[in-house]
Every structure is written in C-alpha cells, then in structure tokens.
Design a protein around this ligand. Structure first.
Ligand code: ADP
Length: 326
C-alpha cells in the first residue's frame, strides 16, 4: 500500500522512490495505491486545483505502468472508513512523539501560519491508510522512513491493547535500500513544490529537461586519480545511474577516476537519456488525462476494491476494541 499527494506534478523522485516499485509489486502482491487527497488538505487548503491534480496524479501513475486492473488505484477520500480508524489511532498517538516528527517540524518551518492539528497527526492518518488494508509492505522513498517507524509503533500499541489485528508495516524497495533522488543543485531531494528548476518533472518538455540538466552544479573535475566525489558530483552520477545504460555509466566513472572527465559531455549524455526516459511518460499522461470517462471508471473500480478491504478490517477493529454492544 502506498500513496502520493495530489499537490502538483510528479517528478523523478516520486518515480524512482515510489512508482517504480508500485509497478513491480503489482505483479506479485495484492496492491492498494491511492491519491492522498485528504493529506493534501493539511498544507494545501485551497481546493480549486484539486480535481485537476487528482486526475493528473492518476494519469501519471498509469502512464508509468501502474495497471488499474491489477492494483486498486483509488482516492483516499473515497474510503470513508479510514477516517474512523484514524480516530481510534489518534487515541494511541502521543503529542510529544508527533511534535518530534521531522516532516512536521519542516512543514512548521515552511508554513508557520498554518500549523493545524491535521499536520501534526499526518503520520496517524498515514498509518490508518496503510493498515486499513492490513498492509505489510509500503513502497516509499527514504524521506518516509520515520513515518513507517511511527506506523509500527501505533500498530504495536493497538495490538498490545486490543489484540493482534494488524501486521507490522515496513518500508519497501525491491533494490533493498530506500532511495533519495537528489535535486539538481545538490541541495536536498527533488520535491513537488521546492526549487522547481532543480527538479525534473515527468511533465517537463524535452528542452526544459535539457536546460535543467545542463544547469546541474559541477566543477573543473578532480586533480587526483580515484579521488572521492563531492556531493553535487555524486548527485549527477546518481541521476546517470537511474536512466543511463551500464556502458555509459562505466565510461564516465572511468573518466572521473582517471581525471579525464568532461562534465559538459556527461551532462549532455544525461540530458539525452533523461529525455528518452521522460518523453514517453509525458505523452502517455497527456493522452490519459483527456479521457475523463476512463479516469472515472478507474476511480470507481479502485474505490470498490479498497472499500471491500477496508470494511473487512474495520469489522475486526470494532470487535477488538469492544465496540459491539448487541
Ligand atoms: P507527499 O506530497 O505526499 O509528501 P511526495 O510527493 O513527497 O508525497 O512523495 C510521494 C512518494 O514519493 C513517497 O513515497 C516519497 O517517499 C517519494 N519521494 C518523494 N520525493 C522523493 C525523492 N526525491 N527521492 C525518492 N523518493 C521520493
């Protein structure tokens, strides 16, 4: 189970941190993927763009290879019982631990005039989203590690207090290590809303991609053989490893280690490989986005499957808590 908020265009970090695993997992597991529209309200109270953004996230997921016939693809707000589970979990979540969450502290810093209770209890709602399907594996990027740890704490408290209802959820990546896709300026991760010139979006046009990649920070190259790479150079190599073929990567690694690297050439290659990777996703997305009847069918079908799973879990939950009076 996993989700992405409809707060803007999806980017390379969303793809390699999350969606790539969604697509692989749908072949082997019973998967639930949602557009986290309720979570977006914690930071984006203006809902004028919400419908468009929900449609876009759905379309981008499908364009990346997510198959709504294999996995349930749905909207968070279409599963009302999650709100009930969120309420119960709130009694098991403590103010102190919520206030210590790194993402909460970041968001308070970014938006000091809107520190709402929904923001504070974001990891609680996220836990409810996951465990309403009694999910065990959660494909997410590295930035979500702490939230998953909190989810395990809430689950263990619930099980301890009311009986064993939920398995422990764990962050999941097929390549074992969780991924963080760096931003092009080398300052942190690519993200939907921050530093847009340093983030590669799945909707970016070819020329925009080339321009962004060519602006990535580099230097004059190493002066000693086999020297360690500065962070911003490591970042460019990380991006190359995501989209380029092995001989290309080996070629530039060798050039770096022998002090023959020409970063202009490397970035040109990276830009072209990036265009080759992003262009088909962008084109497919635009095609799906225009088919509103199809998107509606996807949402309805996904909600039906998700609601069935949620209803079964909630029966167990009410029973376990003792909310059964007749
Ligand atoms: P939200 O908007 O709900 O916070 P994000 O767009 O930040 O969601 O993240 C959605 C998914 O993409 C999460 O699984 C997150 O871990 C992953 N993700 C986001 N940015 C990156 C990144 N730069 N590198 C790797 N994974 C990322």
């Amino acid at each position: 189970m996993s989700g992405i908020r409809p707060t803007g265009f999806l980017h390379l970090g969303n793809y390699f941190g999350a969606i790539r695993n969604y697509v692989r997992m749908q072949e082997e597991f019973d998967c639930y993927y949602m557009v986290a529209d309720l979570h977006s309200l914690t930071t984006h109270p203006d809902t004028r763009e919400l419908r468009t953004n929900v449609h876009r996230v759905l379309s981008e997921n499908i364009a990346c290879g997510l198959d709504p016939e294999k996995a349930a693809l749905y909207c968070q707000s279409h599963v009302r019982e999650t709100s009930e589970l969120y309420l119960y979990l709130n009694m098991l979540a403590y103010k102190g631990e919520l206030e210590k969450t790194v993402t909460f502290k970041d968001k308070v810093r970014q938006n000091p005039e809107n520190v709402n209770a929904g923001l504070l209890t974001y990891p609680v709602l996220q836990t409810a989203d996951i465990i309403i399907h009694r999910a065990q594996y959660v494909p997410v990027g590295k930035d979500q590690e702490q939230h998953l740890e909190m989810a395990r704490n809430f689950v263990n408290r619930f099980n301890h207090r009311y009986g064993n209802v939920f398995p422990e959820p764990h962050a999941f990546n097929f390549n074992s290590e969780l991924i963080k896709v760096p931003s092009l300026d080398g300052s942190g991760k690519m993200s939907k809303s921050e530093n847009q010139m340093s983030t590669l979006y799945l909707a970016d046009g070819d020329e925009v991609i080339r321009k962004k990649v060519m602006k990535a920070k580099t230097d004059n190259g190493p002066t000693e053989q086999n020297s360690p790479k500065p962070d911003y150079i490591e970042n460019v190599f990380s991006l190359l490893k995501l989209v380029s073929d092995k001989p290309v990567i080996d070629h530039f690694e060798m050039a770096y280690n022998t002090c023959n690297i020409r970063y202009g050439e490397m970035k040109n290659q990276l830009a072209e490989d990036m265009v080759r990777f992003i262009a088909p996703i962008r084109e497919k997305t635009n095609h799906i986005l225009h088919d509103e009847a199809y998107l509606r069918r996807v949402m309805e079908q996904g909600a039906e499957k998700a609601n069935q799973s949620a209803a079964a879990t909630m029966q167990l939950v009410r029973q376990a808590i003792g909310l059964n009076y007749y």
